[in-house]
Design a protein around this ligand. Structure first.
Ligand SMILES: [Ca+2]
Ligand SMILES: [Ca+2]
Length: 295
């Protein structure tokens, strides 16, 4: 994951959340869905151990120019239905240790709808993320058709109540290109779980927070290639990681309630009479339309 920097003025997006229910109507937004939603991947993080058929801990490695280290021990289930990714200050090493998992070699997919329910901590200098790597992100060909990093949500500058969506392609050197959207009024650090969605279509990458579209872009061209998902925490010195202020905020936990992937975004529309978060909405679709039992 590469830190997303935008010099442009951020435009606030005011949220009106958790008023969505399946109505059998056309989906909100464009890119009409011509498919019945089918679950391709689901993990509710029940049990005591991370499901090895779905996830692996990201290989232990130094991150962020040495300020962070992905530590296997800091990714685990809490036994209460949540995946925990911890971020801790390691005083002996003088750097942060953090948790990260990925579906690489376990699950990859292209067009479709990806959603996670996450409770992000507010901790200065660290950021959590739900993201994807599709195709060959490194190859420099002037487009993102051959590969792209899709940051569905990043909690960068969370102490300022900011978060962002981002796209990166053509490597991470001087040829690199990015597009993104910073939010500062989504209020995702209120101590509650929030849903973060990405709809990959043939026309756009469409981003959602709590079921509401918050950004869309076609990046440098649409990448149709399969990608794998990551959930991670990191800390960077240029964001304040390693400072006394940052250390005072650690340890911190990023909690993930579920991750799901469907072949298309479930059609939803606002219905103030019946309030369902996206989590329940999708579960309802699973149970009623597909006859599948979900947790
Ligand atoms: Ca490229
Ligand atoms: Ca769960």
């Amino acid at each position: 994951m590469k830190k997303f920097i935008v010099a442009a003025v951020c435009i606030a997006a005011v949220m009106n959340v958790k008023t969505y229910v399946f109505m059998g109507a056309e989906p909100v937004g464009s890119d009409p869905a011509d498919k019945t939603p089918i679950v391709l991947f689901e993990d509710n993080f029940d049990g005591d151990t991370i499901d090895p058929t779905k996830w692996e801990r990201c290989p232990e490695q130094e991150r962020c120019n040495g300020m962070d280290f992905w530590d296997d021990k800091l990714s685990y289930l809490d036994g209460k239905g949540k995946l925990i990714l911890e971020t801790r200050w390691n005083s002996e090493e003088g750097r942060v240790h953090s948790g990260a998992v990925q579906t690489a070699d376990k699950f990859s997919h292209g067009y479709g709808y990806y959603e996670a329910s996450v409770r992000f901590p507010k901790a200065y200098g660290m950021w959590g993320a739900f993201w994807m790597m599709a195709g060959d992100v490194i190859n420099v060909d002037g487009s993102s058709k051959d590969g792209i990093e899709i940051d569905i949500i990043e909690s960068i500058d969370n102490e300022q109540n900011k978060c962002n969506h981002a796209l990166h392609w053509d490597g991470y050197g001087k040829e690199t290109k990015s597009d993104g959207k910073i939010h500062k009024d989504l209020n995702i650090y209120d101590g509650r779980f929030h849903t973060f969605g990405l709809w990959r279509t043939e026309k756009n990458y469409i981003f959602y927070v709590d079921g509401k579209e918050t950004w869309r872009s076609s990046g440098g061209g649409i990448c149709p290639l399969d990608g794998y998902m990551l959930l991670s925490c990191e800390a960077s010195a240029d964001m304040g990681g390693g400072t006394s202020k940052s250390i005072a905020d650690l340890p911190a936990k990023m909690e993930v309630d579920y991750v799901r992937v469907l072949n298309t975004k479930p059609p939803v529309t606002a219905n103030p009479q019946k309030q369902l978060p996206a989590y329940d909405l999708i579960s309802e679709i699973f149970r009623t339309a597909l006859g599948r039992q979900t947790n």
